[in-house]
Design a protein around this ligand. Structure first.
Ligand SMILES: Nc1nc2c(ncn2[C@@H]2O[C@H](COP(=O)(O)OP(=O)(O)OP(=O)(O)O)[C@@H](O)[C@H]2O)c(=O)[nH]1
Ligand SMILES: Nc1nc2c(ncn2[C@@H]2O[C@H](COP(=O)(O)OP(=O)(O)OP(=O)(O)O)[C@@H](O)[C@H]2O)c(=O)[nH]1
Length: 465
């Protein structure tokens, strides 16, 4: 992208592949079944807390649907589909719809049947959908509270989707064996996320177009603390980093040799500057982009900021040469910046002067804020509470008689925070931006781009097996 169009939301119809390869995304286990069979009770049993709302009234609308769960050290997201269909047109149709959604969005389906009631016509219809999907299904024979009821469970072999697992969601009986079966059905565990060196100084890239004051700032930072701790030879290429102590911590400034070396005499300096920026970003965790406050914001400034955002690194914007502005211009510029940098409005800002040292002390807190936002993880239940509220208070506009919904969401990773929204249809641009804005309002995320992916259920009638 050469302009300043920052797309943090990937609107892709068929993104299953991307998402499934995402190392951080926990597999999704959807719990499906008729009303009142004990889905919520089972979910509470699995997550080890009483969070899903259990009601004796069938079909109670719930506002939280997805939770983090762990069994035998394996992390997964469990989804209570009971909350998906508050206004259905007839039970059978509603359950069928619920099953289809679950099949499309989950890695494994837990199909819950009330063993004391036995298989009903609706259950049979669900089995049909599940079988056709080819997704792994674990059959749960619930409400088997004692040995006496085990024969009820055995009758469910007749459904023809494999072994019924007798459990009492209420008392916990059989739930361990059930979860073992679920783990067996989960896809292979992806390799753990590996980002950066464990511990060690946080890595900062100082970026900006020629003449904005990068070397001046570097000298000021290094000089001010009187502690240029060390120079570090770059491991891969020739760049040399510097360890600088600031605010009681040691920071690794990336490729400071490159900043101090002048490219001005070279032809194609622009090209080298871009390369340098790119390779610095590769190794950095946070970028401090310097902008010359005394000059109009240039295309190149915006391009550098875009590069940071696209690289998924955290971002601080420092307006340098603030000493050159008079009071009126400062006031005016503050507003101007808000308008011009609206795509990076979330980045902490510092108005500094590398020359006079003005507000240099604000730089470290800004960097720390950005790194914190970058590493923030929101628990699944909190995230889904947020989306439930959002969908209720600000539903997606109806388009062509349809109203796509966020069914549930999980955070697939950090650095930067990555979210996957499981939706019942395509969310349009404006709504996606709205979601991002509200996520930021609710959870902070100052200084970090957000990577938001939609995982849309397959379109019906388009080659369903
Ligand atoms: N005896 C017995 N009762 C259970 C068991 N599991 C759930 N129940 C009861 O069944 C009723 C329905 O449980 P829920 O967990 O709300 O059922 P649900 O499937 O989530 O229901 P919907 O919200 O209608 O979709 C509650 O009164 C539970 O206490 C069980 O293992 N044994
Ligand atoms: N008034 C004022 N001048 C500054 C400030 N920071 C840097 N300058 C001046 O701006 C000019 C460029 O500063 P440098 O630090 O060399 O800029 P740079 O970004 O390293 O430049 P390149 O090496 O071309 O990429 C020098 O003349 C500095 O003295 C500041 O805060 N206020």
């Amino acid at each position: 992208m050469s302009d300043f169009e920052i797309e943090t939301v990937d609107a892709v119809e068929d993104v299953d592949q991307d998402v499934d390869q995402d190392a951080g995304l926990a597999p999704v286990v959807a719990v499906v079944g008729r009303p009142n069979v004990g889905k919520s009770t089972l979910v509470n049993r699995i997550i080890g807390r009483r969070e899903a709302v259990v009601e004796d009234v069938p079909g109670v609308t719930r506002d939280r649907v997805a939770y983090d769960a762990t069994w035998s050290g394996r992390r997964f997201t469990v989804v209570d589909t009971g909350g998906w269909l508050p206004d259905s047109s007839g039970l059978a149709a509603a359950i069928a719809e619920q099953a289809r959604l679950a099949v499309d969005l989950a890695d494994v389906v837990m199909f819950v049947v009330d063993a004391t009631v036995g298989a009903t016509d609706v259950d049979e219809a669900v089995v049909e959908i599940l079988r056709r999907s080819g997704k792994p299904v674990v059959l749960v024979a619930n409400k088997v509270d004692g040995v006496g009821a085990e024969s009820d469970a055995a009758l469910l072999w007749s459904l023809g989707i494999g072994e019924p697992h007798p459990v009492s969601a209420l008392h916990g009986r059989g739930s361990g064996d059930l979860l073992d079966a679920v783990l067996d059905a989960l896809p292979e565990e992806p390799p753990a996320e590996t980002f950066g060196e464990a511990g060690g100084p946080r890595r900062v890239a100082l970026l900006g177009r020629p003449n904005v004051g990068k070397s001046s700032l570097l000298n000021k930072l290094a000089g001010e603390t009187r502690a240029v701790v060390d120079s570090v030879a770059g491991t891969t290429r020739d760049p040399v980093d510097e360890l600088i102590e600031l605010g009681g911590k040691t920071w690794r400034f990336i490729d400071t040799a490159g900043i101090r070396r002048r490219h001005r005499e070279n032809q194609g300096a622009d090209f080298y500057a871009t390369l340098r920026t790119r390779s610095a970003l590769e190794r950095a965790e946070v970028a401090v982009v310097l902008v010359d406050a005394d000059q109009p914001l240039a295309e190149q400034d915006l391009r550098i900021i875009s590069m940071v955002i696209e690289s998924g690194r955290s971002l601080v914007i420092a307006y340098n040469k603030w000493d050159l502005l008079d009071e009126e211009r400062r006031h005016y510029l503050e507003r101007e910046i808000d308008r011009q940098l609206h795509n990076a409005r979330w980045a902490p800002r510092a108005n500094i002067s590398a020359k006079t040292g003005r507000h240099m002390e604000k730089l470290v807190p800004a960097i720390e804020t950005a790194l914190e936002g970058w590493g923030t993880r929101v628990p699944t239940s909190k995230l889904n509470q947020f989306f439930a509220d959002l969908v209720n208070s600000h539903p997606h506009p109806v388009r062509g008689g349809k109203q796509p919904r966020v069914l549930f969401a999980t955070q697939a990773g950090v650095r930067p925070p990555r979210f996957v929204l499981f939706t019942s249809g395509f969310l349009e641009e404006g709504y996606r931006r709205f979601i991002e804005r509200r996520l930021r309002e609710e959870f902070g995320f100052d200084g970090t781009p957000l990577d938001i992916t939609m995982k849309i259920r397959e379109k019906r009638g388009k080659g369903r097996k």
